[in-house]
Design a protein around this ligand. Structure first.
Ligand code: FAD
Length: 239
């Protein structure tokens, strides 16, 4: 049995390990278009904030370790770009050598995850606006914080990840504002429960803008600050 897996983080890596436990003979190839496999997304904000001090702690397993322990053929920086279900084969773009090849399969597992939404808000292309999903995203934020020493940050979105970023940027000493379009943060919670979180945020000095959406980001160069975001009628300086 030859099994191909697309995506090498939580879903893909777990499937690979499980398959090996179920079948010692199966040929398993895992394709990951990024450089890293099997890392802990939940730790990313805490590495930025310094609670997780060592970058290496983010990685549950390396590609080399995975191969040695589970005999899985891990192919990083290889993007699956097409699937031919009739012929049972995928087309793979090797991002390092910029070549294309195909690989056949008996079974195909798709675990390509998701990407952060970047809404089409004016000014969103600024290099000072970050998203957080992967290790490279994390490295970019951490590098910016460590080298540019920003004093303020705006987190757009009061979901779990947004609040974790607010917590960690606050922990680093930044003045943080959270902007959320709904009337509460953490949508799955009842309003009464979310109110406790609102109280906690404001007690910590985090600015909380509810029922308010960012309408524009604007770059300015005066006074060391540069990005300005407009939340309804208020202007917030970020970074
Ligand atoms: C900051 C952060 C904190 C989180 N905290 C928690 C938490 O505390 N608790 C919790 O339960 N969950 C948490 N999550 C969510 C959890 O990390 C995700 O649910 C989980 O990572 C999803 O795993 P996945 O394998 O489905 O997708 P992903 O982690 O997105 O991995 C998919 C991989 O597939 C690769 N890929 C996509 N297309 C292709 C292709 N065509 N060819 C090759 N490779 C491809 C991508 O590069 C990516 O690396 C957090 C997520 C983030 C971002």
């Amino acid at each position: 049995m030859k099994i191909l897996i697309v995506g090498g983080v939580a879903g893909g890596a777990t499937v690979a390990a499980r398959l090996r436990r179920l079948d010692e003979q199966a040929e398993v190839i895992l394709f990951e278009r990024g450089k890293y496999v099997s890392y802990a997304n939940c730790g990313l904000p805490y590495y930025i904030g310094g609670t997780i001090a060592q970058r290496a702690k983010l990685f549950v397993q390396t590609a080399k370790g995975f191969t040695e322990r589970f005999r899985i053929d891990i192919r990083t920086e290889q993007e699956v770009v097409a699937i031919d279900r009739t012929r049972k084969q995928v087309t793979v773009h090797d991002l390092v050598s910029d070549t294309v090849y195909s690989e056949s399969y008996d079974k195909l597992v798709l675990s390509p995850g998701a990407e952060p939404l970047r809404p089409r808000i004016e000014g969103i292309e600024s290099r000072k606006i970050f998203t957080l999903r992967s290790v490279p995203d994390t490295d970019a934020i951490k590098q910016h914080v460590d080298t540019q020493h920003p004093r303020r940050a705006v987190v757009v979105g009061g979901g779990f990840i947004g609040l974790e970023m607010a917590e960690n940027l606050h922990h680093l000493g930044l003045q943080v504002d959270v902007v959320e379009m709904a009337n509460q943060v953490m949508a799955p919670l009842d309003f009464s429960m979310a109110s406790l979180v609102h109280r906690h945020l404001t007690d910590k000095g985090v600015g909380l803008y509810l029922e308010d959406g960012v309408v524009r980001f604007e770059e300015r160069s005066e006074g060391g600050f540069s990005s300005i975001c407009r939340v309804a009628d208020n202007w917030l300086r970020i970074w």
